[in-house]
Design a protein around this ligand. Structure first.
Ligand code: NAD
Length: 502
């Protein structure tokens, strides 16, 4: 008898060998090198993935360059280009179940959460198609009666897109959609730990029949394939999402070829809960904000600042909620927290529980049940009695671990929230609306939510300040990054011209 879970698995069987996608063809990597792709729930092999080398990046960039310089992509009529973009969106919609399944299998993210994430991916393409249709408008300047000046937006060239493993398909489409819609050609280097959905994106784009070389995927390690993409002289821009340290290396390595870089980096975002907040809603948001996506979420509220007057009540309620979070197989619909991406990351997250003890915090965690022992599980954890100077309060743990601290008043809450290198997101809970705005204005971060969990409209800017990033994605902010603005000055009269040497 085949179980329902096995039936789903059969329906979404994975290929045994994932290939690179270059110039409209699926090909092996130079020297047939491969990376073994592991299942985070079982730590068994899922399949093998072509390990792109410098030569493969060179091939992909050459294909993208040729498609940009001589292909029809950037010169075709806008309606025709957008037909391709809408077709990609429709094909993604047809594959939502499969992508969500493969994403959960590959990353350990619970399938109920990958489904939600993946269903938004097609909207990235539709949104940017609409954005390009409506925003390809320039400014015009009348200069006396002598000139008319106007601006146009042109595609930049070959876009190098480098993505992490924590929300792979969503983040890949978030970059690929604006890059392609604005007429650039693309080389995507997905994270080596989560190649499955990037491969599906290549399949989808292949089926959408884009001209050869417009979209290319090179799997492989960051230090080799990623590095070659960053340093390649024919790549004009790098859009990167990942760790702060990697971002800084990429900025340095891209300097010789003067690329523009968009950087979406790490975070250690505060959630500030005042004593007048809606207790139950603040609790729901706090628990979801740190334990969803296994805590491997850049905007996770990993530092809780709760007002001293409600600390005991809030922490007691937190303990009860956290103890009941359902860990399990990421492919089970009821699972709330799954295994972490790989053994290396698991060890890093676990090490912070030891650091917490050494630093004098109280660690509230749970044992991992026998049936999950093979997976990279860290139970939803609370670090109590922490202080803001501790490593557990300052460093990005990127797992299901919440560092809990307290504050006396508004001034102290702001001071503590800002006393950190990161500045990605922040959450404020209070029923005093003036205070909500005040605190949101003063917390140093790119994105603030007041009395809300992380709900985002695609039109709004996404990104961080301080060590959390440079630039913004989303909305027209992304659009601007992927286009070059050009001003054209046209003389319409006989303006004065110097007559040297006459
Ligand atoms: P990472 O920096 O290790 O890797 C990200 C990507 O960069 C991978 O594809 C990797 O192969 C590549 N890479 C690594 N070294 C490189 C190099 N020297 N040159 C070129 N490419 C290189 O990050 P990760 O561990 O995959 O992802 C987790 C991190 O991403 C966390 O810090 C998280 O906060 C951050 N993140 C940020 C956002 C945001 O929008 N701010 C969103 C998601 C994740």
């Amino acid at each position: 008898m085949v179980s329902s879970r096995e039936k789903v698995a059969l329906k979404h069987e994975t290929q045994d060998n994932i290939l690179l996608y270059i110039n409209g063809e699926f090909i092996s990597a130079t020297g047939n090198k491969t990376i073994i792709n592991m299942n985070p729930f079982t730590n068994e092999r899922i399949n093998e993935v072509a390990e792109g080398q410098v030569e493969d990046i060179n091939k992909a960039v050459a294909a993208a360059r040729e498609a940009f310089d001589h292909g029809p992509w950037k010169t075709m009529k806008l309606t025709k280009r957008m037909e391709y973009i809408y077709r990609i969106a429709d094909l993604i919609d047809e594959e939502v179940e499969r992508i969500a399944y493969l994403e959960a299998l590959d990353t350990g993210l619970p399938i109920s959460q990958t489904k939600k994430m993946v269903s938004r991916a097609s909207e990235n393409f539709r949104f940017y198609a609409r954005m390009v249709e409506s925003r390809l408008v320039g400014d015009a300047y009348q200069v006396d009666d002598e000139f008319i000046n106007y601006t146009i937006n042109t595609p930049v060239g070959v876009a190098g897109l480098i993505t992490p493993w924590n929300a792979p398909f969503m983040l890949e489409t978030w970059k690929v959609a604006p890059a392609l819609a604005t007429g650039n050609t693309v080389v995507l280097k997905p994270a080596e730990l989560s190649p499955l959905s990037a491969n599906l994106l290549a399949e989808i784009i292949h089926r959408a029949d884009l001209p050869k070389g417009v979209f290319n995927v090179v799997h492989g390690y960051g230090e080799t394939a990623g590095d070659a993409l960053v340093k390649h002289p024919d790549v004009q821009l790098i859009s990167f999402t990942g760790e702060t340290k990697t971002g800084s290396t990429i900025i340095k390595n891209s300097a010789d070829t003067l690329k523009s870089c968009s950087m979406e980096l790490g975070g250690k975002s505060p959630i500030i809960v005042f004593d007048d907040a809606d207790f139950d809603r603040a609790m729901d948001a706090c628990v979801w904000g740190i334990y969803s996506f296994n805590g491997e979420r850049c905007t996770a509220n990993s530092r809780l600042f709760v007002q001293e007057s409600i600390k005991d009540e809030f922490v007691d309620a937190l303990k009860k909620r956290v103890a009941k979070i359902k860990m399990g197989d990421p492919l089970e619909a009821a699972t709330e927290v799954g295994p972490l991406i790989d053994k290396g990351h698991y060890q890093k997250v676990k090490s912070y529980l030891d650091i917490a003890k050494e630093e004098g915090a109280e660690v509230i965690t749970a044992d991992i049940p026998e049936e999950m022992a093979k997976g990279n599980f860290v139970a939803p954890t609370l670090l109590l009695n922490a202080e803001n100077h501790m490593r557990i309060a300052q460093e990005e743990i990127f797992g299901p671990v919440l560092t809990v601290m307290t504050f006396k008043d508004e001034e102290e809450a702001i001071k503590l929230a800002n006393d950190i290198n990161y500045g990605l997101a922040g959450y404020v809970w209070t029923n005093d609306i003036k205070r909500g705005h005040r605190v949101a204005h003063k917390v140093e971060a790119g994105m603030l939510w007041v009395n809300a969990q992380n709900v985002r409209d695609l039109r709004t800017p996404f990104g961080g300040s301080k060590y959390s990033g440079i630039g913004r994605e989303g909305g027209h902010y992304g659009f601007e990054f992927y286009t070059e603005q050009k001003i054209i000055h046209v003389s319409i009269a006989e303006h004065h011209i110097q007559q040297f040497g006459k």
